[in-house]
Design a binder for this molecule. Structure first.
Ligand code: MG
Length: 389
């Protein structure tokens, strides 16, 4: 029986946030990594994810749809975290694979090779030849040795072992001063001859923002998209509100002086409602009725600008940024031209984009229809969004 431990307990400070929770082509890194293992069909003993205590809640949320066996809190360093993960694995597993949560591009072939090797020889560690010549240096950065490159390998994960070997190794060194940066080192310290298997140059550990760019290109290529192919998406929104007395007229967050105002559960900002539906539509996130039901008293009189901020955060969470938007307000009266610039600036601020990325225009309907008769105001919006690279 094979079980796996995915270690995601680092804080990823080099990238500003916990890098494994960051979206990669719209899917959190840890979700991609966990899926690679769960969907490989190689782990009948389950997959355990180890994360820091502070990330437990976020980790449970993002992995809700991934069939991991357990999510357990890690320790003060990688070695301790792996040991805690191993102890959470099914005790009847006789093969244990250990993998970095920040290596989402691992392939089934790479995982399988490590398992086969571990079955035959007790260990199988993914590794690749080095492209760069490596120098050993002293404390001053002076070269003291140049090892022969042909004999050097960069080791990756998974590092897979007979369960007895790696349990013994971790148990022995858990209480000691000895700290290893990978699990193969512990097996070496136990006197075991570690076997290497073919890793993959694309099985990179995501450490820097540049790694994320590279990973994005790999994912696009694997999904049949060329690196240059656009990941832009478009959405459309439409809304109507009735004009009544004793209500303020708010359009694109701007108060427009008029004898009538729009009737609605929220502030009835018809233009921002159309815009939110366009944004949600572009991201395939439904519509504002789903996110802000008008039966919910929480949204009574709501500032639509605040709702728009929430929509922008939803898009951000799915890995999208706004490219540009175009809003049309269909309104016979009042004249809106004096307010258009303020509307653009206001919308741009909510979307975190330049004013140049926001267009607002107003039109009448030649007195035809409900807008023309002054009974209500309608609005159309289109939004273009793109994947963050
Ligand atoms: Mg509405």
């Amino acid at each position: 029986m094979n079980a796996a431990v995915i270690v995601a307990a680092g804080r990823g400070t080099r990238m500003g946030i916990n890098k494994v929770l960051a979206p990669l082509c719209g899917v959190p890194v840890i979700v991609r990594t966990a899926r690679a293992f769960c969907e490989s069909g190689l782990f009948d003993g389950g997959v355990v994810v180890v994360c820091s205590q502070e990330d437990m809640e976020a980790m449970r949320a993002v992995l809700a749809d991934v069939p991991v066996a357990a999510i357990v809190p890690g320790g003060s360093d990688r070695q301790q975290s792996v040991w805690l993960g191993i102890q959470a694995c099914d005790p009847s597993a006789d093969i244990l694979a250990i993998h970095d949560g920040a290596r989402p591009l691992v392939t089934r072939a790479v995982i399988e090779s490590t398992i086969e090797s571990a079955r035959l020889y007790g260990s199988g560690v993914a590794a690749v030849p080095l492209k760069d010549t490596v120098k050993r240096v002293d404390g001053q950065g002076c070269v003291v040795e140049t090892p022969e490159r042909e004999r050097l390998r960069a080791v990756q994960t998974p590092q897979t072992f007979s369960a007895a070997l790696i349990r013994d190794a971790h148990a022995r060194f858990a209480q000691s001063e000895h700290r290893a940066t990978d699990d193969a080192t512990l097996a070496e310290w136990m006197g075991h001859t570690v076997r290497l298997t073919a890793g993959d140059p694309e099985n990179i550990k995501l450490t820097t923002p540049e790694d994320m760019l590279l990973a994005t290109q790999v994912i696009r290529r694997r999904s049949g998209l060329s690196g240059e192919e656009s990941t832009m998406r478009i959405g459309h929104g439409y809304d109507v509100h009735r004009l009544v007395e004793n209500r303020a007229l708010i359009l694109c967050g701007v108060h427009v002086p008029y004898t009538l105002g729009l009737l609605g559960h929220s502030d009835a900002d018809v233009a921002l409602h159309a815009l939110m539906d366009a944004l949600l539509g572009a991201a395939a996130l439904g519509d504002i009725g789903r996110h802000f039901p008008d039966t919910d008293p929480a949204y009574a009189g709501a500032d639509s600008g605040k709702l728009l901020d929430h929509v922008v955060a939803l898009l951000d969470g799915k890995g999208y940024t706004v490219e540009n938007v175009d809003i049309t307000i269909i309104c016979q009266r009042p004249k809106l031209k004096d307010y258009i610039e303020t509307m653009r600036q206001n919308v741009a601020a909510h979307l975190h984009v330049d004013t140049d990325c926001v267009n607002v225009k107003a039109t009448t309907t030649e007195k035809l229809g409900f807008e023309g008769e002054g009974l209500g105001i309608s609005s159309h919006a289109v939004a273009c969004i793109a994947r963050k690279s």
